[in-house]
Design a protein around this ligand. Structure first.
Ligand SMILES: [Zn+2]
Length: 54
């Protein structure tokens, strides 16, 4: 299982975020919802987590 790449977060990574000013990374849904508030960020659910994201 892959975990969220945010510091100190132990949640399962469920979403890949494409950040124009940083590396792409996999994060949990909670972090993804926060990150996508920033302009230009694209979030894509990982295949096995689409049900949790929608
Ligand atoms: Zn997280």
């Amino acid at each position: 299982m892959e975990t969220c790449s945010e510091d100190g977060c132990e949640n399962r990574a469920a979403v890949r975020v494409y950040v124009p000013w940083a590396d792409d990374r996999d994060v949990c849904t909670a972090h993804a919802r926060a990150i996508v508030q920033s302009e230009g960020v694209v979030a894509e659910p990982l295949d096995d987590a689409a049900d949790n994201w929608r």
